[in-house]
Each structure stands twice: as C-alpha cells, then as structure tokens.
Write a protein that binds this ligand. Structure first.
Ligand SMILES: NC(=O)c1ccc[n+]([C@@H]2O[C@H](COP(=O)([O-])OP(=O)(O)OC[C@H]3O[C@@H](n4cnc5c(N)ncnc54)[C@H](O)[C@@H]3O)[C@@H](O)[C@H]2O)c1
Length: 283
C-alpha cells in the first residue's frame, strides 16, 4: 500500500531526516522547499509455520503475526496457546507434515482461506537423543520422515502458490548440530544436514521465480522439549560453555533472523544457512 503524504501534512524538514521507519520512502527536496514523504507499508503476506504448537514454532508464528502477516500453524498438537499469543488472524490446523494427503488438504485450505501463500517456515522437527548403536531403522526413518520428508512435502504443496505470487520465502529450521556433530544425535544431524542440502539445491531451482530459500540454524535453545531431552543432565551448561555469548539461547533469539530472511528487501539472500547459536560453532 502506498500512501503519499500531502504537502500540508508535514512542515518543511529539509535534509537530514533520521527517523525513517521500515518500508518508508522519503523524497527530500532542496532546503526551503516542502519535501514529499511517501510511506510504503510492507505488504501483508500469508505464512505457514509447521510445528507451531510450542517452542520455536510458536515464536516464529508470533513473530510473523506481529509483522501483520496472516499466519497458519500446522501441528499434530493443540495450538490454543499459540493462537492466544498470535492474535485473531491466526489459523491453527491439525496437520501431520509426514502425511501427503493431509499436507495437500491443508495447503488447499490455506489458499482458499487467504487467497494465496507466500512464506513457508519448515520448523516441525524431532530430535530424540539416541546412541548410534541403539538407533533402530524405525528410529532412523521416523527422524528422516519428520525432519526431511516433511519439509519436502510442505514445500512441494506450497510452491505453485509462491510461484503464482511471484514472491516467496522458504525458511528451513536446521540446527547447529550440522556444524558440531554431537555423537548422540547422528540420525538427527544427518536429517538436518540433508535439509541444508535441500535448502541449497532448492534455492537454485526457484531463484528465478522471486522465491528465496534459506536455513536458520539454532543452537541448543530453551524449549520444553530441549529441557526434557538434549538440554537435560547438564546439556544446557555444556553447550553454554562452548558459546561466545555465555547464556542459554531462547526462542526469541531467533526472531530477528526470521524477520531478516522474510523481509521484502532480502530477495538477494538465498541458499544460505544462518547460524544463530551464540557462537558455539564458528563456521
Ligand atoms: N530447541 C532446540 O534446542 C533446537 C535447536 C536446534 C534446532 N531445533 C529445531 O527447531 C525446531 C523446533 O524445535 P523445538 O525445540 O521448538 O521443538 P518442540 O518439540 O518444542 O516443537 C516441535 C513441534 O513440532 C510438532 N511436530 C512434531 N512432529 C510433527 C509432525 N509430524 N507434523 C506436524 N507437527 C509436528 C510438535 O508437536 C511440536 O509442537 C525443530 O525442527 C528442531 O529440530 C531446535
């Protein structure tokens, strides 16, 4: 939306305006003449965040809703709490991202409800710590299905709509484990490294369509699941000791990176993995 402020709306301000807000276009005239200020509000986009019932996914959903976007959360769990925090535009859907039919039905519903689709945050994931020798083929397949096949299915369902819009942001949530390789997370690390490869190759496949694909790589972050699993038994302390920033990562630490990769001005940023881990992996 472009709003042009009339000459009578503002006193002459001359050069040196410093309080320009996001998306605002300012045309400054020569001193002594009234400047014309043009404000461009970033468009409201339609976003899907998977795994939005809690943890990082909830944080991402709230972040995008806070930018004025229409956000639809997909999760196998109840999303009442996310809905309360993300506001009235938030649409929770019960979707298992490993189920192709459920993903397609949810994709159709998003487009029917909002008239399009622009942002995908592939966040749903599982990270059970299991010793490599004890990892069964079922464990391995489940981790690959949720963490790698899920993003494949969701992205494939989204892509025709992002292409139709001529603008899109696909954001894959990976993990700093791809740089660190913790021994108790071999299957998980393999799945997230696969998602990094997916990010790079897909960026090349869709770059000409105005769609970017990036990965955000959190370090060990204080979600309920992490506190119960990887962070338990001194896990948070061990990781904190490896970081340049000596405190435990919080979901809110990832919000600004999500805003950055989804920004209207970030169309030239693609195929990248942005590591946000307090400096535990200086890759
Ligand atoms: N918390 C961390 O320390 C950390 C660090 C690095 C990366 N990550 C990644 O960030 C993401 C979120 O982690 P989190 O700690 O917030 O986890 P979490 O367990 O708190 O949240 C994950 C959400 O995904 C949902 N989910 C699981 N399987 C699903 C499926 N098949 N379909 C739909 N939804 C499903 C769960 O119900 C849950 O709400 C994951 O991909 C994880 O690998 C987390």
């Amino acid at each position: 939306m472009l709003v042009t402020k009339g000459e009578d709306d503002q006193p002459p301000r001359g050069y040196g305006k410093t309080d320009v807000s996001l998306g605002e276009t300012v045309t400054l005239s020569k001193p002594g003449r009234t400047p014309t200020l043009r404000f461009m509000t970033p468009p409201s986009r339609v976003a899907v965040v998977t795994g939005a019932a809690r943890g990082l996914g909830r944080e991402f959903a709230i972040t995008l809703a806070g930018l004025g976007h229409h956000v639809c959360g997909w999760d196998v769990d109840d999303q009442t709490e996310t809905m309360a925090l993300a506001g009235e535009k938030y649409l929770p859907l019960e979707v298992d991202v490993t189920d192709p039919a459920a993903v397609q039905a949810a994709a159709d519903l998003v487009v029917k409800e909002f008239g399009g689709w622009h942002i995908v945050v592939n966040n749903a994931g599982i990270y059970p710590p299991i010793a490599f020798e004890e990892t069964t083929v079922d464990d391995w397949r489940l981790i690959m299905r949720v963490n790698l096949e899920g993003p494949f299915l969701v992205t494939q369902a989204a892509l025709p709509h992002l292409r139709a819009a001529g603008w899109g942001r696909i954001v894959n949530i990976v993990s700093a484990v791809v740089f660190l390789g913790p021994p108790e997370l071999v299957a998980y690390t393999a799945s997230k490294a696969g998602l990094v490869g997916f990010t790079r190759a897909l960026a090349n496949a869709v770059g000409a369509d105005g769609i970017t694909v990036n990965a955000i790589s959190p370090g060990l972050t204080s979600t309920e699941t992490a506190a119960r699993t990887t962070g338990a038994g001194g896990g948070f302390d061990r990781v904190r000791a490896m970081q340049a920033v000596p405190r435990t990562e919080r979901p809110a630490d990832l919000a600004s990176t999500l805003r950055y990769v989804c920004d209207e001005g970030s169309g030239f940023l693609t195929g990248q993995t942005l590591n946000v881990d307090g400096g535990s992996a200086l890759h």
